[in-house]
Ligand binder design. Structure first.
Ligand code: ADP
Length: 254
């Protein structure tokens, strides 16, 4: 097991003329929780997508569990990830989106077993047993044969988390997992995420939930305009921010 589950070094990413990540470097220690905060448009989602290789980077490198993700030019040399490394990294990385993206015409259980049976080709009986344990863990074992539209947004998001966990990820990426939810449903999703953190899962979480960031994270990263403005322990960054931009952002949302 590598000490840093994720190593991001000098990453640059542009969409056309819009450079959305400018020389971003960040380390995510194995077993830690990192919350990415910052104004809308600062590049947080794009950074997560680069880690999962839903986007490629233009410069710099990203290592996930010691494996290079994507091809890039680094210090003048072209480095290329092996397809096998990319596929492996993807398999070991779970992602939970703002919108739950469950398959609407499949039951909850079918949604959870889809990845392990279809992508990994594992026997259905084993996977069903594991899926039921996961549904128990997110408090929804009784919904196994329900369809997503029969569930609340909070329940759907908990299923989306169980579905990601069914692939036995080493790393979980959360992109504003509670921002599409009614306020009264936010807590149940954060509680599942907190349990996951307590069990030692390495997590990167883009969030506006500063209470969660303060209580659960080991590292808070404040981004603005494509750069990491400051990062550190939550009680440093959230309680004693050093930079004016962080101070201004926090005073607006607290
Ligand atoms: P955040 O998550 O901090 O709100 P994003 O990473 O979503 O920020 O977006 C950063 C910038 O990148 C924004 O200006 C956004 O419009 C732009 N952007 C994101 N994805 C794309 C894309 N696929 N094509 C073009 N521009 C994009």
């Amino acid at each position: 097991m590598t000490r840093n589950m994720v190593e991001i070094r000098g990453v640059r990413k542009a969409f056309g003329h819009n450079t959305v990540l400018k020389d971003v470097s960040l380390q995510i220690p194995t077993g830690s929780v990192t919350c990415l905060i910052g104004p809308s448009g600062s590049g947080k989602t794009t950074l997560l997508r680069c880690v999962n290789r839903l986007e490629t980077v233009d410069a710099g490198i990203i290592l996930v569990d010691g494996e290079l993700v994507g091809a890039t030019r680094h210090r003048g040399r072209l480095l290329e990830a092996k397809e096998s490394a990319i596929a492996k990294t993807r398999r070991h990385t779970g992602m939970v989106f703002q919108r739950f993206n469950l398959f609407p015409h499949r039951t909850v259980l079918e949604n959870v077993i889809e990845g392990p049976t279809q992508v990994l080709g594992r026997p259905r009986a084993d996977v069903v047993n594991e899926a039921m344990v996961l549904l128990e863990r997110v408090g929804l074992a009784d919904k196994a044969v329900s369809y997503p539209q029969e569930l609340s947004g909070g329940q759907q998001q908990r299923i989306a988390i169980a579905r990601a966990l069914a692939m036995k990820p080493k790393l979980m990426l959360f992109d504003e997992p509670t921002s599409a939810l009614d306020p009264e449903l936010v807590g149940e999703v954060l509680a599942v995420m907190r349990d996951l953190a307590d069990e030692g899962m390495t997590m990167m979480v883009v969030t506006h939930e500063l209470g969660f960031a303060r209580e659960v994270s080991d590292q808070v990263v404040f981004m603005a305009d494509g750069v990491v403005v400051e990062s550190g322990a939550p009680d440093e960054v959230l309680a004693r921010p050093q930079h004016e931009r962080t101070q201004a952002f926090l005073s607006r949302i607290l």
